[in-house]
Design a protein around this ligand. Structure first.
Ligand code: ATP
Ligand code: MG
Length: 489
């Protein structure tokens, strides 16, 4: 059974039970009210006749005057419902007088009732008659404290029973109609209510069938539970699509990046096979080409390995790193590569940060290496370190070609290169800045770029100072424990 019908049946079942309880309670209350009304009438009539007879102080035969029914003082105008019939019996059970019985219904007296009346007890009972039920009150008539007769007052319950029958019929018809209407209404409501779930299921099915992650679920009301489910499913789809596309792009980029140096190496080997061995100039050129490509492949594989590690959420080391010595190391390492430009160190404050020394060095190297690569002959690349408040700014400035403003927002993306068609002499895969960004984020830092085409670029890496350095600056002795660096993916 579908969820819709299950919900409908459960709701209708509960509501029907509620209706049933309500109907039965109302029916019982009505029945009790009506029967109590009849009983009260009979008791009142009996009391009235008994007290009038007691006041008259006459023998039974004389007071009730034989069979003369008109003498029976039954005041009908005070009573509700059917007329009350009354009969008077001798103590031996023989009837002395009675009002005319209506359609054969009237007082009857059986031996047990007679016996209780003779013992001065009243009995109220309901008896079946040929036209329905009757209720009667049997009570003693006394003269000088002696039971001289028995009075039976009875009233037909036909009107009461008919009213109760009508009531149950009304309950039955109205109740059945209500149940049918409830079923139709609730099934429609659940159908409408469950429509978004249906849509989610259909969309998911389409996505699976068409392998199309770009589809989204229409969200009618984003604030109700189902709307939130649809929104979160859409978010999930968007995330999956993003991951899937990144994965696709990564695979394509990686295979492309690996293929290019391999093709160059194969070309050089081919040249060597064809006789370059005998030509020292050509041999030298091919070998240095091969060397360059091997170095490039090596760097690429290392970068890819680093990226794979970041994907896996590798924990960074968290130790004090003196940036002033780090910047000197970077300077020394890069000096041999910067033959065509002037590599220099600008301002150099002392600063310590908490982080991973090797990673921070790699970030600086990547920035500086880019600057050297993109600065033409005669230009300058300046590395500097400056403390600003509670932060430290690591700067790499060049007087190179600069970066056009339209591509500036993209340079931190993986495999993004400004000039894809450029013959990349030692040019990279476009991973360097993505790695810098990752390392900066992992150190809770930020990276800033300013660049003017033809004038040069300035990359600034902002990092929070280590707490100890912080204390030195502010002169406070407060202990602020260094927290472990987050795992960044
Ligand atoms: N200092 C700079 N001056 C001009 N352009 C730059 C500079 N630094 C980066 N870029 C641009 O940003 C792009 C991305 O740089 P990134 O370091 O990520 O890749 P790459 O240097 O091409 O390759 P890789 O670093 O992986 O060897 C570069 O291709 C280049 O176009
Ligand atoms: Mg680079």
């Amino acid at each position: 059974m579908t969820l819709r019908y299950r919900l409908t049946f459960i709701s209708v079942a509960f509501m029907t039970l509620g209706l049933l309880i309500l109907g039965l309670t109302l029916y019982s209350a009505e029945r009790a009210i009506l029967l109590n009304g009849v009983r009260d009438d009979l008791v009142r009539a009996t009391n009235q006749i008994q007290s009038q007879y007691a006041e008259a102080k006459k023998p039974l035969e004389r007071y009730f005057s034989g069979t003369s029914v008109s003498l029976l003082p039954v005041p009908n105008e005070d009573f509700e419902g059917s007329p009350i019939s009354v009969a008077v019996y001798y103590p031996n059970g023989v009837r002395l007088a009675s009002t005319p019985s209506f359609m054969g219904e009237g007082p009857t007296l059986d031996s047990t009732e007679l016996a209780s009346a003779l013992e001065k007890n009243s009995v109220i009972s309901t008896k079946p008659s040929s036209y329905g039920r009757t209720m009667q009150v049997v009570s003693p008539l006394t003269f000088d404290h002696t039971v001289v007769g028995v009075l039976v007052a009875s009233q037909s319950l036909r009107t009461v029973d008919r009213a109760l029958d009508t009531l149950s019929l009304v309950f039955l018809i109205a109740g059945s109609l209500t149940v049918v209407l409830m079923f139709l209404g609730i099934s429609q409501i659940t159908k409408r209510g469950l429509r978004p779930i249906d849509m989610i299921a259909n969309t998911a099915e389409q996505i699976v069938r068409a392998e199309d992650l770009s589809r989204r679920i229409a969200v009618a009301n984003p604030h109700d539970e189902l709307g939130r489910l649809a929104t979160i499913t859409n978010d999930l789809l968007a995330r999956m699509e993003g991951l899937f596309n990144t994965q696709k792009r990564l695979t394509a980029d990686v295979s492309h990046e690996l293929r290019t140096p391999l093709a160059a190496m194969r070309g050089n080997l081919e040249v060597l096979r064809r006789g370059a061995m005998r030509n020292p100039e050509l041999l030298n050129e091919s070998l240095s080409d091969l060397e360059r490509e091997v170095a490039r492949l090596n760097r690429l594989v290392n970068d890819l390995l680093f990226l794979a590690q970041t994907e896996a959420g590798v924990q960074m080391r968290s130790e004090p790193v003196e940036l002033d010595t780090l910047i000197l190391e970077v300077f020394r390492e890069l000096r041999p590569l910067a033959e065509h430009v002037k590599l220099q160190i600008g301002s150099e404050d002392q600063a310590t940060v908490i982080g991973d020394r090797d990673r921070l060095k790699q970030a600086m190297l990547n920035l500086a290496y880019n600057a050297i690569q993109h600065t033409p002959e005669g230009g300058a690349v300046t590395l500097s370190l400056e403390r600003v408040g509670r932060e430290v700014a690591l700067r790499v400035q060049d007087t190179g070609e600069g970066i056009p403003p339209d591509i500036l927002p993209n340079i931190f993306q993986r495999f993004y290169r400004a000039d894809k068609s450029r013959v990349r002499k030692g040019g990279g895969a476009g991973i360097g800045l993505a790695i810098v960004k990752w390392i900066t984020d992992a150190h809770r830092g930020t990276i800033e770029v300013r660049s003017n085409v033809g004038e040069g670029s300035l990359f600034t890496l902002w990092l929070p100072l280590a707490p100890a350095t912080d204390r030195l600056i502010t002169g406070q002795l407060r202990e602020s424990p260094s927290q472990p660096l987050p795992i960044v993916k």
